[in-house]
Design a protein around this ligand. Structure first.
Ligand SMILES: Cc1cc2nc3c(=O)[nH]c(=O)nc-3n(C[C@H](O)[C@H](O)[C@H](O)COP(=O)(O)OP(=O)(O)OC[C@H]3O[C@@H](n4cnc5c(N)ncnc54)[C@H](O)[C@@H]3O)c2cc1C
Length: 406
């Protein structure tokens, strides 16, 4: 496969300015620790500052008031956000990668005006609600129902683990519209606005990591939405979900890349400054090897993420323009996204463990941030499709001959 990837001057400028903004305008104002408060305390005042910079409409074209920087721009900014805070990065990813993307990709002209434009302008936030108490990895078995009446649909059911769910202005909700057809043909995506009657926020999870990203239960009881709020075609909701999750996983790879680069940089400073037996601990080969392994993982991740981002960009541009998408492009994107998801999340797991060892006892003290990085990365192996499910995607294609003998 011939592949050459270089950032454009505009993309390089975006990366530099996002880094400067995150390090000077956001990082100094982050809560000192993430233990106080048990959910419900997402730093939305900082998110607002980032929305004002246009970050929350990064891939949306300029005609719709977005930044027009595509999937590569989205990943560059995601890296810089995650290098500073994984909770805010999750808010950003849930909003952009799986909340906004499907609305932009599958929305009609009216929906783009009504929902995408205010999101791109930084006035609204988005969320994605697929998972249910009895349907996680097996998303095809969701039970939330949407029954048609004359002018719309009545949604009934419960979603769980919805990132941004308690404050999003618009949530993409997946529900069964025809039980006889199964996931492919029987599931439809709906746009649900936050103050819709019959839509309530339930429990906010108190969790191990990314504690300042809210994850909410959403309850729908006789929640009526007009038929204009169907996103994409009736019965094609599963395609909407899977398409968004592909791009979401690539973004997630960028986030773990940014967080791991930051961890490596912190570790290097630490081992140069910390002395034992009269010399910096970085002089020990045992420490050097851990640093070298982190750098090796990062190097490979960088290529994988931006290759996948560029491919996803081509894929999304075609969908957004209503052009036909070849099966081969769709398969390449799914596979690249699965590879990125596995490599990057497991890279950050290895790096988190190494960083704690490198810091010694201080690795367990919350004020050094290393234990938090360790806790924050755990979820990256689970959400947007567990790594086991990603391995199944790759293996299924391999067994069909896709990607073999290239
Ligand atoms: C913090 C957080 C934020 C989230 N945000 C969102 C969100 O914004 N929107 C949303 O819709 N969802 C969200 N999720 C849900 C997330 O996508 C699911 O948790 C994830 O898909 C796994 O589903 P599950 O938790 O039900 O695990 P399960 O499906 O119960 O899986 C349990 C274990 O079994 C394995 N397993 C299951 N089925 C198979 C199989 N067929 N083959 C091999 N192994 C299998 C899994 O890999 C895993 O190891 C979030 C979750 C968390 C924790």
């Amino acid at each position: 496969m011939a592949f050459e990837f270089r950032l454009t001057p505009e993309q390089r400028l975006l990366r530099r300015s996002a880094r400067a903004f995150m390090r000077t305008e956001i990082e100094p104002h982050l809560p000192a620790d993430d233990w106080t408060g048990h959910g419900g305390d997402s730093p939305l005042h900082l998110v607002r500052k980032m929305q004002d910079q246009g970050y929350f409409g990064m891939p949306v074209p300029r005609e719709l008031d977005g930044a027009g920087m595509g999937e590569v721009g989205y990943c560059l900014v995601f890296e810089e956000i995650a290098a500073v805070d994984s909770s805010i990065a999750t808010i950003f990813g849930a909003h952009t990668g799986i909340g906004l993307a499907p609305i932009y990709l599958f929305g009609n002209e009216e929906q783009r005006e009504r929902y995408v434009r205010p999101i791109a302008q930084g006035r609204h936030l988005a969320a994605f609600a697929l998972t249910e108490p009895t349907a996680g990895s097996d998303a095809a078995s969701i039970k939330t129902k949407a029954e048609k009446d004359a002018d719309g649909y009545r949604i009934d059911g419960t979603k769980i683990w919805c990132s941004n769910g308690n404050f999003a202005d618009t949530t993409v909700v997946f529900a069964v519209t025809d039980e006889t057809l199964g996931a492919h043909g029987g599931v439809t995506a709906f746009l649900v606005e936050k103050d819709t009657d019959g839509f309530q926020v339930g429990t906010i999870e108190d969790k191990l990591g990314i504690r300042q990203s809210n994850t909410a239960e959403l309850v729908f009881e006789d929640c009526w939405v007009p038929k204009e709020n169907v996103l994409g075609n009736v019965g094609e909701g599963f395609i909407v979900a899977l398409t968004a999750l592909d791009g979401g996983r690539v973004g997630l790879g960028a986030a773990t890349l940014g967080a791991t680069k930051r961890l490596l940089s912190d570790c290097v400073h630490r081992v140069n400054a910390r002395e034992r037996e009269g010399r910096p601990v970085g002089q020990n080969q045992s420490v050097q090897w851990m640093l070298a392994d982190m750098a090796t993982d990062i190097h490979l991740a960088e290529y994988a993420v931006y290759h996948a981002a560029e491919l996803t960009n081509q894929y999304y541009e075609r969908i957004a323009e209503g052009e036909p998408v070849s099966r081969s492009l769709r398969e390449q994107v799914s596979r690249a996204a699965a590879v990125v998801k596995i490599h990057c999340s497991e890279m950050s797991g290895r790096a988190g463990e190494s960083a704690i060892r490198i810091y010694g006892g201080d690795g367990l003290r919350w004020r050094y941030g290393v234990e938090r990085a360790f806790r924050d990365q755990v979820i990256t192996e689970i959400y947007e499709g567990t790594n086991e499910i990603q391995r199944m995607i790759i293996a299924r294609e391999l067994l069909q001959g896709v990607g073999v003998d290239q």
